[in-house]
Write a protein that binds this ligand. Structure first.
Ligand SMILES: N[C@@H](CCC(=O)N[C@@H](CS)C(=O)NCC(=O)O)C(=O)O
Length: 204
């Protein structure tokens, strides 16, 4: 296997997942700033022209970070970061999807259509007028999540640290750097964020 890697939160999430599992793979950096990921060579690997992409041992390619992490978990079940029973896996997938759709994706598009408009307008369809609304949705759903965490749970799936935590952490960490800082009045999320940030894998 080989990981096509770059700057940005999506590759960070996969690297963090790999670090938690102790998976080491050869990596090739693709220069996202220069747009190498949008050139023919990378489009052959991922027709979406995005990062990261995993090359499998049979020569095929896999993209979309959730699919990549699911694949890595199946190949390397221990330690489980999605789950070791159908119930655990379902719970992790539920939370991963909730945070992805409701918080991470609006945060990401709020940035792509806002601060990063110049960068993205030649790459993807953009809707600048939607940026403030998307940022508001991400903040609102984070508040909702904060209320869910008021039951004292350590991680999104209770005592288990999972892909759902890694996914949300990657995006909130990115938000901190690009003008959507974590609202620390969400005290449960702030405490959770600081807990996750202390894990050595966060620096991957
Ligand atoms: N849904 C994709 C999103 C991938 C994505 O947007 N990657 C960013 C890097 S964080 C990227 O390639 N941006 C540069 C571009 O779109 O040209 C996934 O799950 O992997």
């Amino acid at each position: 296997m080989k990981l096509y890697d770059s700057i940005g939160p999506n590759p960070h999430i996969v690297r963090m997942f790999m670090a938690e599992k102790g998976i080491e793979l050869p990596r090739q950096t693709v220069d996202l700033r220069k747009g190498e990921n949008r050139e023919a060579e990378h489009l052959k690997r991922n027709p979406h022209g995005q990062m990261p992409t995993l090359e499998l041992d049979d020569g095929s390619y896999l993209s979309e970070i959730t699919a990549i992490c699911e694949y890595l978990e199946e190949k390397n079940p221990s330690p489980p970061l999605i789950g070791s029973t159908p119930e655990e896996r379902a719970e992790c997938r539920m939370w991963t999807r909730r945070v992805d759709l409701n918080i991470c994706e609006p945060l990401a598009n709020g940035y792509r259509y806002g601060e990063a408009l110049k960068f993205f307008e030649k790459r993807i369809p953009v809707a600048p007028e939607a940026s403030p609304g998307l940022k508001m949705v991400a903040q609102n759903r984070l508040k909702w999540l904060n209320e869910q965490m008021a039951d004292g749970r350590e991680y999104l799936c209770g005592k288990r640290f999972t892909l759902a935590d890694i996914h949300l952490y990657g995006w909130l960490h990115f938000g901190n750097q690009v003008g959507q800082p974590l609202d620390r009045t969400n005290t449960h999320i702030a405490a959770w964020f600081d807990r996750v940030a202390q894990r050595p894998s966060a620096k991957a």
